[in-house]
Design a protein around this ligand. Structure first.
Ligand SMILES: [Zn+2]
Length: 405
């Protein structure tokens, strides 16, 4: 069996500015019109599917024969750009390069698994960064996605984000979290999951001097801003994914707990021997332990995306009639290849992203001049401003369409 591809650090070279498609979408109002045009075939099919329609039963029968109930719905694929308005740092910044912190290097999966020291450093930084992430809420762009779902225009969302904003904003619209989620921890040994929020309390209790430092930073306002310049002034460096860097902090002193399930009932190895899981008197993991290590439930660089998640994402593409990328430069291959798959299936592709997108010529090279946005749309606009406008227009169209059918 071929080895599962590992999540790699994204391509970071400069991306050329996009060619706006259709050309009329170079203004915000033109972009809104183009996106309405792109989504309207999904609206049309949603309207004919509605219970008011005399054709709906007929259509449902036709669809069940094809075995595909969502064939005209739009699939959304979202990235960090959609969460920027929620106050979270964007990996790439407006110009498509790492602008936040040039020295930022994410932790690798193998490093996390193998090194107690690397985990101490990771959890210390995560401990300081969590407060901001936990406070952040979905924004109007996520809510617009939920509204498009309720209207039947959007059938599902695939997100590269680990902030859980989609599942919070629209719990009823199916969402595949391609790169996992920070709201939980997973045990590397027994795969039990735990909420990150209560883990924060455990970290506070195990690391009272860090908890005091965190309280001080919160009081100083250093953590109120995602602006790296402001934060640096107050002694902090900020990275994406709730990771905060404290220069010269004694990471070596940081302690973290073990998986309670593994501690209670140490698991057995294949050869029948018991996996040793030990903690100190306060409950901090003993580095001599052979298991029970907790990891954030995100896919780290160098880690492979679970097969079930990959399959869910591919099935979402198979079930869709069109795909719209929002706030992603598709820098990670796992996301790029889903759009490529849609392209290979001759699906109309839309991209709403400020700045360039990796390899976008492949998606838009063959667009015809007469395209109004229905067959392809490439927009470089602010999603949080634009999507609510698009939703309002589609709702108006929806109201007008129902009596006609
Ligand atoms: Zn465990």
């Amino acid at each position: 069996m071929p080895r599962a591809p590992l999540l790699r650090v994204p391509y970071t070279g400069p991306l050329p500015a996009p060619r706006i498609i259709p050309a009329s979408a170079a203004t915000t109002s033109g972009a809104v019109a183009a996106l309405v045009e792109f989504l309207s075939p999904s609206l049309l099919s949603a309207t004919t599917r509605s219970p008011q329609s005399k054709f709906s039963a007929q259509l449902d029968r036709a669809r069940s024969v094809n075995g595909n109930g969502d064939s005209e719905k739009t699939l959304l694929l979202t990235g960090a750009g959609i969460s920027v308005a929620s106050g979270l740092a964007d990996y790439r910044g407006a110009n498509g390069t790492y602008t936040l912190n040039k020295t930022y290097r994410p932790i690798y999966f193998q490093e996390f698994c193998d090194s107690h020291e690397a985990r101490k450093r990771y959890w210390a930084r995560s401990f300081l960064g969590w407060t901001n992430l936990d406070k952040a809420r979905p924004n109007r762009a996520h809510e617009a996605c939920g509204e498009l779902g309720r209207m039947g225009v959007v059938g599902g969302v695939i997100t590269q984000n680990v902030d859980s904003f989609h599942s919070t904003a629209h719990p009823h619209l199916p969402t595949t979290e391609l790169h996992g989620y920070l709201r939980s921890l997973v045990c590397l040994t027994c795969r039990s999951e735990y909420p990150r929020r209560s883990f924060q309390t455990q970290l506070s209790l195990l690391n009272p001097s860090w908890a005091a430092f965190l309280a001080e930073m919160l009081a100083s306002g250093a953590l109120d801003t995602e602006n790296p310049v402001e934060r640096r002034k107050k002694g902090l460096k900020a990275n994406p994914d709730g990771d905060v860097d404290v220069p010269d902090a004694p990471y070596t002193s940081f302690r973290y707990p073990a998986c309670p399930v593994c501690l209670e009932k140490p698991p057995k190895r294949a050869d029948g021997a018991t996996v040793r899981v030990q903690v100190d008197k306060d409950g901090a993991l003993d580095p001599r332990s052979e298991g029970g290590v907790l990891k954030p439930a995100v896919i780290m660089f160098g880690e492979s995306i679970p097969a079930a998640t990959k399959v869910a994402a591919e099935e979402a593409v198979d079930a869709a009639g069109r795909i719209l990328v929002i706030g992603s430069s598709l820098a990670t291959y796992s996301a790029w290849r889903l759009v490529k798959k849609a392209k290979d299936m001759h699906m109309p592709i839309g991209v709403l992203n400020m700045g360039g997108v990796r390899g976008e010529d492949i998606f838009f090279g063959d667009v015809e001049d007469m395209n109004t946005g229905r067959e392809a749309a490439r927009l470089s606009e602010n999603a949080e401003k634009m999507l609510p406008q698009v939703v309002r227009i589609l709702q108006e169209m929806h109201r007008k369409m129902i009596p006609l059918v």
